[in-house]
Design a binder for this molecule. Structure first.
Ligand SMILES: Nc1ncnc2c1ncn2[C@@H]1O[C@H](COP(=O)(O)OP(=O)(O)OP(=O)(O)O)[C@@H](O)[C@H]1O
Ligand SMILES: [Mg+2]
Length: 330
């Protein structure tokens, strides 16, 4: 098998806050193979966005700082790349789509000009060819009458169309990796489904790899090959998507599955995970999930578990895995 396209190892990110320096991403390792879609899931504040911004080297500094680890893309460590080379990587090799499309679109310029500007810069096309390329990618993402639409401003598009335009802009330079950070969360449900379907078909057609960030396990089941589950700045489980749903290997993942209205667990009422994730300056000793874990014992309060492979590329960070029985989704 070819090596990973993206290979994050031991990533640490700290932020300077009112409480002093806190670690918000802790020893995170994650890989994405060429053409693969990897889901990154976890509750709000678990470090998903900061992990993906680290890949783009866009963590705001100050107050943030990447303090450890390596991020290899196609063999090159992005963390030591000169800024000039990194600018080439952004857009050309790795592109990002955000939850709110206006993060990537500028209200003052037409959609066409923005896409054309990106491809002129990254692909070195002339003006005419760049506009043609803009029309082509707007067509690709299913925007009707792209020849006319190219001259419209972002505010003239609906929310769903704007998100399609942001995706078009990300795809215009044919990146090898697309990072999609909650790309459908701000959209209403039917448009969400359309944009997801679009991403899935584009990903297959263009053969690009995707790192797909979401709160929503239902979406993970639809689009991802493999999943990393994050909790309180750490990866707690990594598995093929089918394994994750059928045989979760971390109590947190089990809790997420049980709280999924679309899935649920056979014969059991819908449950939420009690309590809240810890704040970065008040991380519990031992396993970070122990205060909310129904299986926690004294050992979990003192010993910090390592991420360990239990076979078949399925990793878990739980001390008690051998002693407990977790339930998957139907
Ligand atoms: N600029 C910042 N200053 C201080 N702390 C920050 C900053 N940005 C993020 N953090 C902290 O880093 C942690 C991880 O945040 P991150 O945005 O990566 O979470 P997330 O998993 O993407 O959450 P969400 O699902 O809400 O998008 C959080 O505790 C957050 O408060
Ligand atoms: Mg986020």
């Amino acid at each position: 098998m070819a090596g990973p396209l993206l290979d994050i190892e031991g990533l640490n990110v700290d932020f300077l806050t009112d409480q002093g320096w806190v670690t918000v991403v802790r020893d995170v390792s994650l890989s994405v193979a060429p053409g693969e879609t990897v889901g990154l899931v976890g509750e709000s504040g678990s470090g998903k966005t900061i992990t993906s911004l680290s890949v783009m080297r866009l963590v705001p500094d100050p107050p943030g700082r990447i303090t450890g680890g390596s991020i290899r893309f196609d063999g090159r460590d992005l963390l030591t790349l000169p800024e000039r080379a990194m600018r080439q990587v952004r857009g050309n090799d790795i592109a990002m789509v955000f939850q709110e499309s206006m993060t990537s679109l500028n209200p003052a310029f037409t959609i066409g000009d923005q896409i054309a500007e990106a491809v002129r810069h990254h692909l070195g096309l002339g003006r005419r060819a760049a506009v043609d390329r803009a029309v082509e990618v707007l067509d690709l993402v299913g925007i009707p009458a792209p020849r006319d639409r190219v001259d419209h401003y972002p505010h003239e598009f609906s929310g769903g169309m704007r998100q399609r335009a942001a995706i078009a802009m990300a795809l215009a330079c044919e990146p090898r990796l697309l990072i999609a950070d909650e790309p459908t969360t701000a959209l209403d449900v039917t448009v969400q489904a359309q944009v997801l379907e679009l991403l899935r078909s584009l990903q297959q057609r263009l053969g690009m790899a995707m790192l797909f960030i979401t709160h929503n396990l239902g979406v993970v089941a639809d689009v991802c090959d493999r999943v990393s589950v994050m909790y309180a700045g750490q990866v707690v489980e990594v598995a093929d998507v089918v394994d994750l749903f059928e045989a979760p290997a971390h109590p947190y993942t089990e809790g997420l599955l049980r709280s999924m209205p679309q899935l649920g667990v056979r014969g059991e009422p819908l449950a939420t995970i009690p309590g809240n994730p810890p704040l970065p300056w008040a991380m519990p000793e031992g396993c970070r999930f122990h205060p909310r874990c129904p299986y926690a014992t004294d050992a979990c309060r003192s010993g910090a578990p390592a991420l360990t492979e239990r076979g078949g590329g399925h990793f878990s960070r739980c001390l008690r895995l051998a002693e407990i029985e977790l339930t998957g989704a139907v």
